[in-house]
Design a protein around this ligand. Structure first.
Ligand SMILES: Nc1ncnc2c1ncn2[C@@H]1O[C@H](COP(=O)(O)OP(=O)(O)OP(=O)(O)O)[C@@H](O)[C@H]1O
Ligand SMILES: [Mg+2]
Length: 331
């Protein structure tokens, strides 16, 4: 790998791979993935279940669960290689400079402690302050995320809050120390649509108010259109297309992205016109062969797709795709 070069990006993930060892064989859940995140930018990561979104995100913070491990690549955060950090150094970064929120806040909040104590812990861990000061920061943080009565909320236990309020608390904990990056992994998936819209609005206001960058992981392209500046489409552990949101929606060039976009329900089309993508994402053991992972489900594949793995290549300015037949009509 090249020597460390300064990166113009806040986060510059280069050639990341995450490997799972299953029955003595190695399988890549994330395969040579590169992306960049600029300050104040919201980058969407989309793809079907199992395509490696969460493992890619967890790898940023060195939190890949065993038996998985980061098997290659470099993660530059403010020009520092996170893979070279010790666990202790990573602890100082997690929740402080880079924070993460997950789909189900109930599993991240401790059911036996009051909200106020749990939020205050974040400040006490990362800042050299008194309990009283942490209490004041907690009230401010809860107010910042739109919790209506912070003084009451601090005395509640997690089960006393609605799902939407719990997710707000998680966001308060994640952004409390004013991190540079917030990683949101399916952060709105478990919520009903009205609450989902409110949390999305909250995220938009966070970007504006705190100049934070967000890595927004979802399987929902509709949410990407709402919130993100750029988007990375993943399939079976690889990036298949990346572009600005406008370019991707106006001119998807990978057949998978094209199908994904066609499967978004439209308000003016009858339900029976919904498109689904036949087939499924290959599992890790099926991926051991070297061809385009989308080939079995692709409508425009040919011999080359069964024999040669496509590389990510430039389709247009700021628009990259990995497909031997990119841009060819698919319907
Ligand atoms: N503990 C594990 N052992 C073996 N394989 C695993 C393990 N955890 C994840 N994987 C595999 O890693 C791949 C990527 O998983 P990942 O959780 O990153 O997908 P995802 O895109 O986040 O999916 P979802 O949308 O369902 O959250 C999957 O194919 C999955 O089977
Ligand atoms: Mg996931």
């Amino acid at each position: 790998m090249n020597p460390l070069q300064p990166s113009p990006y806040l986060l510059d993930c280069q050639g990341l791979s995450v490997t799972f060892r299953i029955d003595g064989r190695d399988f890549k859940a994330v395969n040579n993935v590169s992306f960049q995140l600029a300050r104040g930018e919201v980058l969407g990561v989309v793809g079907e279940s199992g395509c490696g979104k969460s493992m890619m995100a967890l790898a940023q913070l060195n939190l890949v669960p065993e038996p998985g491990y980061v098997s290659g690549g470099r993660i530059l955060f403010q020009d520092q290689d996170l893979r070279a950090k010790t666990e202790r150094q990573m602890q100082a970064i997690r929740g402080n400079r880079i924070s993460m929120i997950f789909q189900e806040p109930m599993t991240s909040l401790n059911p036996v402690f009051r909200i106020g104590r749990q939020v205050a812990e974040v400040f006490l861990k990362h800042q050299n302050i008194s309990r009283k000061e942490a209490g004041e920061l907690t009230l401010q943080a809860l107010e910042d995320v739109g919790i209506p009565a912070p003084h009451k909320c601090v005395n509640d236990y997690p089960h006393q809050l609605s799902g939407g309020m719990r997710q707000r608390v998680m966001i308060a904990m994640a952004i409390g120390c004013n991190p540079d990056i917030l990683i949101a992994d399916e952060a709105t998936t478990a919520l009903d649509v009205t609450i989902q819209a409110q949390i999305l609005e909250l995220m938009k206001s966070i970007v504006n108010r705190f100049d934070m960058s967000i890595l927004f992981i979802t399987h929902d392209l509709g949410l990407v259109a709402e919130l993100c500046d750029r988007v990375v489409v993943m399939y079976a552990g690889k990036i298949v297309e990346t572009a600005t949101v406008t370019d991707l929606f106006d001119n998807p060039v990978h057949p998978y992205t094209d199908r994904l976009l066609k499967s978004i329900p439209k308000i003016d089309s009858p339900v029976d016109e919904l498109t689904i993508i036949p087939g499924r994402v290959p599992n890790l053991t099926e991926l051991a062969r070297s061809f385009c992972p989308f080939e079995p489900r692709c409508l425009i594949s040919s011999e080359v797709c069964r024999n040669v793995s496509p590389e990510l290549q430039k389709a247009e300015k700021d628009h990259y795709v990995s497909c031997h037949h990119y841009g060819e009509a698919t319907s």
